[in-house]
Design a protein around this ligand. Structure first.
Ligand SMILES: Nc1ncnc2c1ncn2[C@@H]1O[C@H](COP(=O)(O)OP(=O)(O)OP(=O)(O)O)[C@@H](O)[C@H]1O
Ligand SMILES: [Mg+2]
Length: 369
């Protein structure tokens, strides 16, 4: 055994080979701190001393022995930041508040003293509070949309049924009187439209009916068809075709059908809205479905809209982030809650050749439903 080391502390290579009493005292002070502490030389930034806790928590970072490199490793720069700096340490996934202080160690040597307080618990409780709020938001939005749709459906169902009856009566009269064929055709067309409107309304009512999520095996083909039918008129108005490209033999997903329909509806609506200003010839909307490398089902909504700036990408999924004058900014936040509830991932990526891809993953039903 060599000479005794100062208890649990580390001495950097440039410290004198024989630890003086002063160094030992200094190290003892670091050791007594209830959080990770390290002292670096003001000049050059080499590690001078650290307590055991610091070595346990940051020793795995190859950059820990040098101040500037450590800071770059933790937050990519800003070496002389004042005040606490909250960083996410990539090597252990924890959050730290970093404080820097100056210590005049002896006449020659000035040290920069780093304390790193683990604040992961505070950050986690903030996060769970936030997701709690998001869930509430999600439920309240679902409820208000549901109530509105139920009222509308109720109010419109009656007159629509009456219209269909009157049209049937008129058709009979025209038929009996041997009336003009054009009138008969027009009445038939009107009846088809009214019946279609009824079908859309009952679909909407089913779509928003408030209820507990219920996961089951569902074919993506049917989910996509329902959503595209709901958006058909809007797409036609914008002279836009929606291509559906699902891989053949796509396995069923394990999901609440109505919730996934809502996600797809939000994403396709956003894609349509992003292409409003784009010349009609360039509007191209594709909904793709395939099994990804992790064996999940991945759905991608690809548009040729204006895309997203890097700054917007950061906020994309936060509730109330919107760049639209008439937007609420909760579409994507709701989508994310729903997809995470399904153990999936909602993601954005720029589309090759311009535009955006918004996608999500869902587990397959095999072995679960
Ligand atoms: N396909 C897309 N292309 C470009 N930007 C998009 C796209 N989808 C979403 N965004 C951006 O993300 C923002 C947030 O979208 P989100 O759906 O959450 O809210 P919104 O569409 O603005 O309002 P709403 O709550 O009515 O859906 C949008 O305002 C828009 O800036
Ligand atoms: Mg939206």
């Amino acid at each position: 055994m060599g000479e005794p080391q100062p208890s649990a502390a580390a001495l950097a290579p440039e410290a004198p080979p024989r630890a003086s009493a002063a160094i030992e005292a200094f190290v003892a002070v670091l050791e007594a701190m209830p959080f990770a502490c390290a002292a670096y030389a003001r000049d050059g930034g080499a590690l001078f001393a650290a307590n055991r806790r610091f070595l346990d928590e940051f020793g795995a970072l190859p950059e820990h022995a040098e101040r500037d490199r450590l800071l770059r490793g933790l937050h990519g720069g800003e070496v002389d930041g004042n005040g606490p700096l909250e960083v996410h340490a990539p090597h252990n996934g924890r959050w730290y508040a970093l404080h820097w202080g100056d210590v005049a160690y002896d006449g020659r040597r000035n040290l920069a003293l780093l304390t790193a307080v683990d604040i992961s618990e505070r950050i986690q409780s903030l996060d769970s509070h936030k997701s709690q709020q998001e869930k509430l938001l999600f439920t309240s939005r679902l409820m208000s949309v549901g109530e509105m749709a139920a009222t509308l459906a109720h109010e419109l169902n009656q007159p629509l049924a009456a219209i269909v009856n009157y049209l049937n009566g008129s058709l009979r009269l025209v038929d009996q009187a041997g009336g003009p064929a054009q009138v008969e055709r027009a009445l038939q067309a009107a009846r088809a439209q009214a019946e279609h409107a009824s079908a859309v309304i009952s679909r909407v009512r089913e779509f928003v009916r408030a209820r507990e999520p219920r996961r089951d095996a569902h074919e993506l083909q049917l989910i996509a068809a329902t959503v595209l039918e709901l958006l058909r008129l809007e797409a036609e108005r914008l002279q836009l075709r929606i291509d559906l490209a699902l891989a053949p033999d796509l396995p069923a997903v394990y999901a609440d059908r109505v919730m996934v329909e809502q996600v797809l509806l939000n994403l396709v609506k956003n894609a349509i809205e992003a292409m409003r200003e784009v010349p009609a010839a360039q509007r191209e909307l594709r909904v793709e479905g395939r099994v990804n490398l992790d064996g999940e089902i991945e759905v991608r909504v690809c548009d040729r809209g204006h895309g997203l700036s890097a700054a917007d990408q950061d906020q994309l999924f936060s509730p109330f982030f919107t760049t639209k004058t008439d937007g609420l900014g909760i579409g994507l936040a709701i989508c994310r809650s729903i997809i995470e509830y399904h153990e999936g991932r909602l993601f954005f990526e720029p589309r090759d050749g311009g535009g955006s891809v918004f996608g999500f993953t869902l587990p397959r039903a095999e072995g679960r439903a």
